[in-house]
Write a protein that binds this ligand. Structure first.
Ligand code: NAI
Ligand code: MG
Length: 497
C-alpha cells in the first residue's frame, strides 16, 4: 500500500483509483461485508465516474454495530484511565501524520475537493486527535460549597454509545471532530459516513484500532441515509446523536431522537454574512471573501456566502472580486486548479436551480452563473464561481442556503444596517467582519446572532475554538473543551458529613 504523495497522485491519475481502499463496514475491530452482501459505488466528482465500491449497510448491519458498541462499554475500554485513552489518540495522531498523503488523495478522489484542501483537512485532523489526546485527562468536575456539613462534587461521565451522522463536504474532518472528543470522554461510537464519501472515515477507524483502540469502541457502517442513517438514529441502543447535514434531515433525526428521548446535537446549514466596512484593508478583505465562499467550491456549512459591503467601497470591492474570480481555474482536485468540482450531480442541479430562479427574477449576475459543459471539464461536475446582487432582505438569495460557489451581495450604509442585514436570515452559524475599527468589530460581534464571529480573518481559529450554530443552524457545540463536554453527562454527588 502506498503512502508517498507523488506515487499516490501518480497512481490515482493513471488508474483513476487507488489499490487497497476499504470495502467493508468496520465493526467490532474488523472490516466486514454487509449482512445482505449489498454494495454501492462511490464517484470521483472531478470526472463524474465511479472509482470504488463499498458496503451498503442496512438496519441489520447497524444493529450489529450498536451491539458491538454497547458491549465495548463493558469491555476493557471503560477500565482504561483517561490518560491511557489520551495515549491511544496521540498514537493515532502520529500515525495519521505518517499517512497524511494517502488520506488526502483518497479524500480528493471521493469528495472532489482540491488536494491542497484535503491536505489541510488531514492536518487539521492530526491536530484534532492531538488536542483531544491532551484533553482526555483534564475533564475535571467542580466541588460545590454547601457549608460545613456537606460535600458536593460534580463528575463528568461518558454519555455512552454515540451515533454520528457525517455529511459529504468535509468527510474526514467532520467525522474526527465527533470521534476524537467522544473517545477522549470514554464513549463508544457507531459512525455513518455519507454515501458519497465513505472511505476516509473507514480508514480512520482502522487507524485508531491500530493505535490501540479496543474492538467495538469505534464502528463505522457505510450506506445511505434512508437505510443505514435512519436505522441508526432510531436505534434504542444509542445514547447520543451527533448530526451534521441539511435542516430537513436534521428535523427528521430530531423526530427519531424524540422516540427514545435520545440526546442530540445538530449542526445544520448557514447563510453566513461577511461584512466589509468602508475602513477595512480592502485587499486582505477581498482575499478573505474569496476563501470564505470558494473554498471547497462553496460546499461549506459555514461558508461566507453573503457579502455585506458598505456602499462607499462596494464598486471597488466588486470589481476586484470579479477580476479575481474570473482568473480562477476550474479542474480536478488532483490538478493545479483553484476551484474543484461539486460533490454530486444532485448538488450541482440544486445550485443551478437557485441561480436560474435568481436570473428569472431579474437579479444581476456579475460573473459566472452556470454549469460548466462536459467538453470544458472532462465530464466532472463543475459550477462556475458566481457573484449575484441580491434584491432586498427577502430575496431567496439572501434567505436560502445554496451550498455552492455562489456569492450573494448586499450593499449597506453603516454598521447598524450591516448588523440588521447580517441577522436577517433564519440561520445563525458564523459571521465575519473586516474593519480597522475594533469598536465596530466588537459591537458587531455582540449584536450578531451566530455561533462564531470572525474579525479580520474568516475561518480563523481551529480545533480549540468551540463550533456550532443557533436557530435553524442547529444547537450543541463541537471542538474545544465544549466539544468534549458534549459527550459527557454531568452527575452531582452530595455527601452529608
Ligand atoms: P443530508 O442532510 O440528507 O445528508 C447528510 C447525512 O445525513 C448523510 O450521511 C446522509 O446519508 C444522512 N441522512 C440522510 N437522511 C437521513 C435520515 N433520514 N436519517 C439519518 N441520516 C440521514 O444532506 P444531502 O441530501 O446530502 O444535501 C442536501 C443539502 O444539505 C445540501 O444542499 C446542503 O444545503 C445541506 N448540507 C449541509 C451540510 C452541512 O455541513 N451543514 C452538509 C451536507 C449538506
Ligand atoms: Mg465519492
Amino acid at each position: 500500500m502506498r503512502f508517498d504523495r507523488a506515487e499516490l497522485v501518480d497512481e490515482a491519475r493513471r488508474s483513476g483509483t487507488l489499490a487497497g481502499l476499504p470495502s467493508g463496514h468496520f465493526i467490532d475491530g474488523r472490516f466486514v461485508a454487509s449482512i445482505s452482501r449489498a454494495k454501492m459505488q462511490s464517484f470521483d466528482p472531478g470526472r463524474g465516474v465511479p472509482f470504488a465500491t463499498f458496503a451498503a449497510g442496512s438496519a441489520e448491519d447497524v444493529a450489529r454495530a450498536v451491539v458491538a458498541a454497547r458491549a465495548a462499554l463493558s469491555g476493557p475500554w471503560p477500565r482504561l484511565t483517561p490518560a491511557a485513552r489520551g495515549e491511544i489518540l496521540m498514537r493515532a495522531s502520529h500515525l495519521l501524520r505518517e499517512r497524511a498523503a494517502r488520506f488526502a488523495v483518497v479524500e480528493t478522489l471521493d469528495s472532489g475537493k482540491l488536494l491542497a484542501e484535503s491536505e489541510g483537512d488531514v492536518g487539521g485532523v492530526v491536530r484534532c486527535l492531538a488536542y483531544y489526546a491532551g484533553a482526555a485527562d483534564k475533564l475535571q468536575g467542580d466541588s460545590v460549597p454547601l457549608g460545613p456539613d456537606y460535600l458536593g462534587v460534580t463528575i463528568e461521565e461518558p454519555v455512552g454509545v454515540v451515533a454520528q451522522i457525517v455529511p459529504w463536504n468535509y468527510p474526514l474532518s467532520t467525522a474526527a471532530r465527533g470521534i476524537a472528543p467522544a473517545l477522549a470522554a470514554g464513549c463508544t461510537l457507531v459512525v455513518k459516513p455519507a454515501e458519497q464519501t465513505p472511505f476516509t472515515t473507514l480508514m480512520l477507524a482502522e487507524l485508531l484500532h491500530e493505535a490501540g483502540l479496543p474492538a467495538g469502541v469505534l464502528n463505522v457502517v457505510a450506506g445511505t441515509g434512508a437505510e443505514a442513517g435512519a436505522a441508526l438514529v432510531a436505534h434504542p441502543g444509542i445514547d447520543h446523536i451527533t448530526f451534521t447535514g441539511s435542516v430537513a434531515t436534521g428535523q427528521r433525526v430530531m423526530q427519531a431522537a424524540a422516540e427514545h428521548v435520545t440526546r442530540l446535537q445538530l449542526e445544520l446549514g448557514g447563510k453566513s454574512p461577511v461584512v466589509l466596512m468602508a475602513d477595512c484593508e480592502i485587499e486582505a478583505a477581498v482575499e478573505g471573501v474569496i476563501g470564505a465562499i470558494y473554498e471547497n467550491a462553496g460546499q461549506i456549512c459555514s461558508a461566507g456566502s453573503r457579502l455585506i459591503v458598505e456602499k462607499a467601497i462596494a464598486q471597488e470591492v466588486l470589481d476586484r472580486l470579479v477580476a479575481r474570480v474570473e482568473a480562477m481555474a476550474l479542474g480536478h482536485g488532483l490538478s493545479e486548479a483553484q476551484i474543484g468540482p461539486i460533490n454530486s450531480p444532485q448538488q450541482l442541479a440544486r445550485i443551478d436551480a437557485h441561480v436560474a430562479r435568481a436570473r428569472a427574477a431579474g437579479n444581476r449576475i456579475l460573473t459566472g452563473g452556470g454549469i460548466v459543459p462536459d467538453a470544458e471539464c472532462g465530464g466532472g461536475w463543475f459550477y462556475r464561481p458566481t457573484i449575484i446582487l441580491a434584491d432586498g432582505l427577502d430575496d431567496p438569495l439572501v434567505q436560502e442556503e445554496i451550498f455552492g460557489p455562489v456569492l450573494t451581495v448586499q450593499i449597506v450604509q453603516g454598521l447598524d444596517e450591516a448588523i440588521a442585514a447580517a441577522n436577517a436570515t433564519p440561520y445563525a452559524l458564523v459571521a465575519g467582519i473586516y474593519t480597522r475599527d475594533h469598536g465596530s468589530a466588537w459591537r458587531f460581534a455582540r449584536a450578531v446572532d451566530a455561533g462564531q464571529v470572525y474579525i479580520n480573518e474568516f475561518f480563523a481559529g481551529g480545533v480549540a475554538m468551540p463550533f456550532g450554530g443557533n436557530r435553524k443552524s442547529g444547537f450543541g457545540r463541537a471542538k474545544g473543551m465544549a466539544g468534549l463536554r458534549s459527550y459527557c453527562k454531568l452527575k452531582s454527588v452530595v455527601a452529608r458529613l
